[in-house]
Design a binder for this molecule. Structure first.
Ligand code: DCP
Ligand code: CA
Length: 410
């Protein structure tokens, strides 16, 4: 009987931001390199080279701490536009091999290659060809895991980093996963790890053998997903359309702590417009807005606002963010170190049927027109009075403000 084994590929570029910097400047090869902010600027590490990771440096660590731990490292501001370009080219290469692609952020994607063997040959061979193309055309390396499920493929790609290729044979998922430490399972992070330890779950195999009823009691619905994952069983297919992003956000650390309300407002406006532009580019609307603030003592808070109807205009995002911001600033005298704004609960934008244009729709049309101008000429080509104040504070590059930390949407 003829049977087709599912073959899922998980791709993950190695040490992405640093790899792109090294492609542009090979003298950085083999050195301790950190992408975060230029010397003297504040913020957090976006990407540390493997050599620097050996010193304990990792993404998210404040740069001041990184400089103390590893003063000899080379600190770079990074070239965010270039990372976006490489990311787009990377996804374009993958798309040539299968329409069933699910990008996960900038440098990761799943590809469903089930049944493509007659077209391309054995999966490991096509993976080798894709790896060679990424190396030759983009000058960076990619690690690839292949398995019957996305989750196993992902664990395999992490396990073979850097520049690795690891195929788990059909039917071998559970056996491959069982001996691996539980923290290697996607979805098990710093928050869930202590609970796992309390339940004496140390390996993925321990989790696979735990009664799902127990897991449901402890983790709710998430428990079922964890149990399936630990057994290497798929719970969500790779669909033709990229899976809906759950949220879009932008944040930045200020060059200096501040309680200057007009300045903070301008920055919020700028970030809200960047979030709005991406939301509209994705043809989505958001159900809620999240404001993030970090005070000068590093305590961080988030505040939510839910829209009455899903929205996608800069105004809706900024106005709700601003209301949340002013509420916090009015009752807290501390200085602000970081500000971020995001949207969540994304739903696809439907076509407008109404004949009369409401004020919201006029804003929408305005926003779409601005987006297309900015796509051509850069963000700073056209802007509102409010964000103009940022000209004094942030340098410009390629028609965008260069914030201290290039914020990613996750
Ligand atoms: N990134 C960031 N801030 C973070 C985490 C990541 O800006 N807190 C950026 C920089 C990374 C890129 O996203 O280069 C990809 O993140 P990964 O977690 O995939 O890490 P790397 O690609 O840097 O390394 P690895 O080889 O472990 O995948
Ligand atoms: Ca990566």
């Amino acid at each position: 009987m003829f049977s087709i084994h599912p073959r899922h590929f998980a791709f993950d570029l190695d040490c992405f931001f640093v790899a792109v910097e090294r492609a542009q400047d090979p003298s950085l090869n083999g050195k301790l390199v950190v992408v975060g902010a230029a010397p003297g600027q504040r913020g957090v590490i976006a990407c540390a080279s493997y050599e620097a990771r050996a010193f304990g440096l990792k993404a998210g660590m404040p740069l001041a701490q990184a400089r103390r731990l590893c003063p000899q490292a080379i600190f770079l501001q990074g070239h965010f536009d270039r990372y976006l370009e490489v990311s787009r080219d990377f996804m374009a290469i993958l798309q040539e091999y299968s329409p069933f692609i699910q990008p996960m952020g900038l440098d990761e994607a799943y590809l469903d290659m089930t049944g493509f063997e007659s077209l391309y040959g054995p999966p490991a061979e096509v993976a080798m060809r894709i790896k060679a193309r990424v190396r030759n055309e983009l000058k960076v390396t990619v690690s690839v895991g292949i398995a019957s499920s996305k989750v196993t493929a992902k664990v395999a790609s992490d396990a073979c980093k850097p520049d690795g290729l690891l195929e788990v044979p059909p039917g071998g998922d559970a056996a491959f996963l069982a001996p691996r430490p539980i923290e290697e399972l996607p979805g098990v992070g710093e928050k869930t790890l202590p609970t796992m330890r309390r339940l004496s779950i140390h390996t993925i195999g321990n989790l696979a053998a735990t009664d799902p009823v127990v897991l449901r009691c402890v983790f709710g619905k998430w428990g079922d997903i964890l149990h399936l994952s630990a057994n290497g069983i798929e719970h969500s297919p790779i669909t033709e359309a990229p899976a809906a992003q759950k949220s879009i956000s932008r944040e930045t650390t200020f060059p200096h702590d501040t309680h200057d309300i007009p300045f903070i407002k301008s920055t919020l406006r700028y970030l809200a417009e960047r979030v709005g532009a991406e939301l509209r580019r994705e043809e989505m609307r958001a159900r809620h807005v999240v404001l993030k603030l970090r005070w000068d003592d590093f305590t961080t808070l988030t505040r939510h606002h839910t829209f009455r109807q899903p929205a996608d205009t800069d105004e809706a995002i900024y106005d709700s963010g601003l209301a949340l911001l002013l509420k916090e600033l009015s009752k807290d005298p501390r200085q602000v170190r970081l500000i971020g704004i995001g949207v969540g609960g994304l739903t696809p934008r439907e076509r407008q049927l109404a004949l009369m244009e409401s004020p919201t729709e006029r804003y929408q049309r305005l926003a779409l027109a601005l987006d297309s101008i900015r796509d051509k000429y850069g963000y700073t080509a056209i802007q509102r009075g409010l964000t103009f104040a940022l000209k004094e504070e942030f340098p410009e590059e390629h028609g965008r403000y260069l914030l201290a930390t290039a914020a990613l949407s996750r």
